[in-house]
Design a protein around this ligand. Structure first.
Ligand SMILES: Cc1cc2nc3c(=O)[nH]c(=O)nc-3n(C[C@H](O)[C@H](O)[C@H](O)COP(=O)(O)OP(=O)(O)OC[C@H]3O[C@@H](n4cnc5c(N)ncnc54)[C@H](O)[C@@H]3O)c2cc1C
Length: 524
């Protein structure tokens, strides 16, 4: 069902058992999987069914630290959330992320990998991703051997879901709109969370449409699926009972904001291109792209004091190549938008037909992604960040047009991230040379002391933290069941709860946590 809060006839009060805020990746998956168990939900989305500038504008933030590009470019305030644009690249977290080597002094996750692993397969099935392994056993399935054997670096393969499944607005979101068990409310901007007088439970949510009309939503259980930055913003802006905000008696909300640091670290020289392509070009099977990742093992991390870190080989195709054109069209499909750019690329496809035919032939006959002649192969290193309480989301004194305080993003990057990238580059360099695969030309800023390496580093739109999970309420916001400490009916389904980031794309694990929450809610 669908209720547009812009419709004049909408009532002012709504009541249900489960109220989910945010119809992005977490919210839509949670509502649809609860419906599959016969449980009714209200799903509140700030944006419309299609992308609207007036909604997106409300995501504007103030940068107070290292500029964070994802805060403005990497999140989308619309039905489907950031799934309208994401890559849907999935790779499970590993034991050494949840329980890092003790010598590193990183926080542990208050749960075991075995508690989330069963959900990974369920998610792959939903996204129609190939069931082939994430491990380097994948190579055997294609009759290939490992590029090198090492106890310092392990090879795993991420899976990119097919484009047709990436945008949840067009898949499970559509099913939610048609389901009698899910009521999707659009233009439902949640302004604040109201607590009962002693602050132990949520009593309702205050919501506004874009005309300023207010609504109250009440439920037995509330789940925030508002994405990392908005989760902190909403908790901090909800001050009716506690002036510090909801869940923030101990000043933890908004702290430990982190991302993956992505560093374009090197180019693969033309002379080594074919050897690198042979070993590390992505595989394709059943519409899934499998991309190789060289990850630091727990042994290397403990030995060299490294944060989680991995290297990969992005292929940079010219926009006018066959692959570039196909990708632009598929991205348009994902956004469900056939704008001028998509139409131009579609029209140009016949001219690139030889390259497109090569792509198709290579995928079909060799299960391999072909490269155009003009393609460049880069070497990127991505690493997690050490949790830092000063890296945080705060509220600005300035308000948005709906009268909600804007978020201030004070993102910090430390020397430890630089050290991790620098040392891991040395290991990768040695392994590739020793195996006779490549002599890598590293960008010189990486090795320099000081902050010049940051001119190469960016965030990767993998926003995490601000409501971290832990057993101790004095250093975390939610417990291992994602319940906000001290507030019995408020849960958070978001990368906001991640105590550390690992080096894999985070959303796969975030969804696994959301599905685990669904089972707890269904059992309660
Ligand atoms: C270009 C791009 C590529 C990416 N690629 C990958 C990838 O390959 N793999 C990966 O793991 N991650 C990737 N990500 C990150 C991934 O998209 C996010 O981690 C994921 O979308 C987070 O899901 P979410 O449900 O927490 O938030 P979102 O998907 O952002 O959804 C949050 C929803 O909450 C709504 N909302 C927010 N505030 C309110 C409010 N106050 N009231 C009501 N509704 C509200 C928003 O409108 C939105 O619909 C990528 C991101 C981008 C931008």
């Amino acid at each position: 069902m669908h209720v547009d809060l812009e419709d004049a006839g909408a009532p002012a009060h709504f009541n249900t058992r489960i109220c989910i805020v945010g119809a992005g990746v977490a919210g839509i998956l949670l509502a649809s999987s609860l419906a599959a168990k016969g449980i009714a939900t209200h799903l509140l989305e700030a944006g419309g069914l299609v992308f609207e500038e007036r909604s997106q504008e409300l995501f504007a933030v103030e940068d107070a630290g290292t500029p964070h590009s994802g805060a403005t470019e990497g999140r989308f305030r619309t039905f489907g959330g950031s799934s309208t644009r994401w890559g849907a690249q999935m790779l499970p977290y590993t034991q050494d992320v949840l329980h890092p080597p003790a010598a590193l002094g990183l926080p542990e996750w208050p749960l075991e990998l075995a508690e989330i692993e069963p959900y990974y397969r369920e998610i792959e099935q939903f996204f129609a991703a190939s069931p082939r392994p994430f491990s380097d056993d994948l190579l055997q399935e294609f009759g290939l051997s490992r590029p090198f054997i090492s106890d310092e670096v392990r090879l795993r393969f991420s899976k990119w879901a097919p484009f047709t499944r990436r945008n949840l607005a067009g898949t499970l979101g559509k099913e939610c709109l048609a389901s009698p068990l899910v009521t999707v409310f659009t233009h439902a901007n949640v302004l604040s969370i109201e607590l009962n007088p002693n602050g132990s439970a949520v009593s309702s949510l205050t919501v506004t449409n874009y005309q300023g009309r207010r609504f109250q939503f009440s439920a037995q259980t509330y789940v925030l699926g508002t994405g990392t930055i908005e989760t902190s913003r909403l908790l901090l802006a909800s001050t009716s009972v506690c002036a510090n905000g909801v869940g923030n008696c101990r000043d933890q909300v908004g702290r430990y904001f982190h991302d993956h640091i992505g560093v374009p670290a090197a180019e693969i020289p033309a002379s080594d291109r074919s050897k690198v392509v042979d070993r590390f070009a992505p595989f394709l099977s059943g519409g899934t792209l499998h991309t190789p990742k060289l990850e630091a093992t727990a042994a290397l991390r403990a030995d060299q004091k490294l944060l989680s870190v991995m290297a990969h080989f992005p292929i940079e195709e010219p926009e006018n190549s066959g692959a570039g054109r196909v990708r632009a069209v598929l991205r348009g499909l994902q956004r469900r938008k056939f704008d001028r750019d998509v139409r131009q690329n579609l029209m140009a496809l016949p001219a690139a037909s030889v390259e497109v035919a090569q792509l198709l032939w290579s995928a079909k006959m060799k299960n391999r992604r072909a490269l155009s002649k003009g393609a460049r192969i880069a070497l990127h290193i991505d690493c997690e960040q050490r949790p830092d309480g000063q890296s945080r989301i705060r509220l600005s004194a300035e308000k948005d047009r709906l009268d909600m305080p804007k978020a201030v993003v004070d993102w910090r990057v430390s020397d430890e991230e630089h050290e991790t990238v620098r040392k891991f580059a040395q290991t990768i360099d040695r392994l590739l040379r020793d195996a006779g695969i490549a002599s890598v030309a590293w960008h010189p800023e990486l090795a320099e002391p000081g902050s010049r390496w940051l001119t190469r580093a960016t965030d990767t739109y993998h926003m995490m933290g601000g409501a971290r999970m832990g057993t101790d309420p004095s250093s975390s916001v939610v417990d291992s069941n994602l319940c906000v400490h001290g507030i019995e009916n408020l849960f958070i389904a978001s990368c906001a709860v991640f105590p550390t980031g690992g080096s894999s794309n985070p959303t796969f694990t975030m969804i696994a946590l959301a599905l685990r929450l669904k089972d707890r809610i269904a059992a309660s």
